[in-house]
Design a protein around this ligand. Structure first.
Ligand code: CAA
Length: 258
């Protein structure tokens, strides 16, 4: 499939998807979300990929859902056949580790897609917000659910009710962002993190991701019990044997299921 709204490349074991609709600040039109879902499905089934970086341009990660497309929608049409519902969650459902590298605007659906990733590395120019209220709607792709989990109720209410934008610094203080770097270093830092993740055992990295995501769904006692069972099961893997042998032998581990 030749993509028109995203660029896709592979560097070693890292897949890179760049949102590429500069004329609309990477607004998430149906074509873009469809292509994003398609690219992610391909990376998911590619054994050679151990981590994905999702990024945009310097000016915009994504300025939200495409308002010009949304404008023509009605309730019944959306309810019966919501194109977003089919494709947007493709990021949240992606099973391998995925990093959002964010410069410039990450607004509305842009902020929501970044939050679907496992963590966000932001440049100093990044701006996050849920401005949907200014359009007479509320966030519709997880903003009212993932944002309070990331930054707490007070800031989530503030952002969603006023529609204001938050700087990278405020986002890092609030826990939405894992690191802030200079804009020209963003991709280098994101790629370094992704390469590090992709050099580990892929199934163990995927189980780690699954366990952390599960902590948002279930209570602590059940979560800790489940974590222990998965930890125990990892002693059936060759990668556990290799990782611990390599430590004892003072050498780098070579994971079979990288
Ligand atoms: N949808 C469609 N087009 C968009 C867009 C969007 N979300 N955001 C920007 N664009 C387009 C503009 O219409 C403009 O196109 P034209 O040149 O053809 O007019 C182009 O991108 C450049 O934008 P601006 O001229 O507005 O650029 P700016 O630097 O002056 O402002 C901005 C940047 C503050 C991000 C401003 O573009 C803006 O406010 N965009 C909308 C942000 C927004 O409301 N996002 C939420 C969308 S709804 C949503 O996401 C719902 C959901 O949860 C599922």
């Amino acid at each position: 499939m030749a993509y028109k709204t995203i660029q896709v490349k592979t560097e070693g074991r890292v897949g890179v998807i760049t949102l590429d609709r500069p004329e609309a600040l990477n607004a998430l039109c149906d074509a873009l979300t469809g292509e994003l879902a398609d690219a992610l499905a391909k990376f998911e089934s590619d054994d050679g990929i151990g981590c994905v970086v999702l990024t945009g341009s310097k000016k915009a990660f994504a300025a939200g859902a495409d308002i010009k497309e949304l404008q023509g929608r009605d309730f019944i049409g959306l309810y019966l056949n919501d194109p977003f519902e089919k494709t947007w969650e493709s990021v949240a459902r992606f099973r391998k580790p995925i990093i959002a590298a964010v410069s410039g605007y990450a607004l509305g659906g842009g902020c929501e897609i970044a939050m679907m990733c496992d963590f966000i590395i932001a440049s100093t120019t990044a701006k996050f917000g849920q401005p949907e209220i200014n359009l007479g709607v509320m966030p519709g792709s997880g903003g009212t659910q993932r944002l309070p989990r990331a930054v707490g109720k007070a800031k989530a209410m503030d952002l969603c009710l006023t529609g204001r934008q938050m700087t990278a610094e405020e986002a890092e203080r609030a826990g939405l962002v894992s690191r802030i770097v200079a804009v020209d270093e963003l991709m280098d830092v994101a790629m370094e993190a992704a390469e590090s993740i992709a050099s580990k055992s892929l199934p163990i990295a995927m189980m780690t991701k699954e366990a952390i995501n599960r902590s948002f769904e279930i209570g602590l006692t059940e979560g800790v019990r489940w974590e222990r069972r998965v930890f125990q099961s990892q002693f059936t893997t060759e990668d556990q044997t290799e990782g611990m042998e390599a430590f004892a032998e003072k050498r780098a581990a070579h994971f079979k299921h990288k």
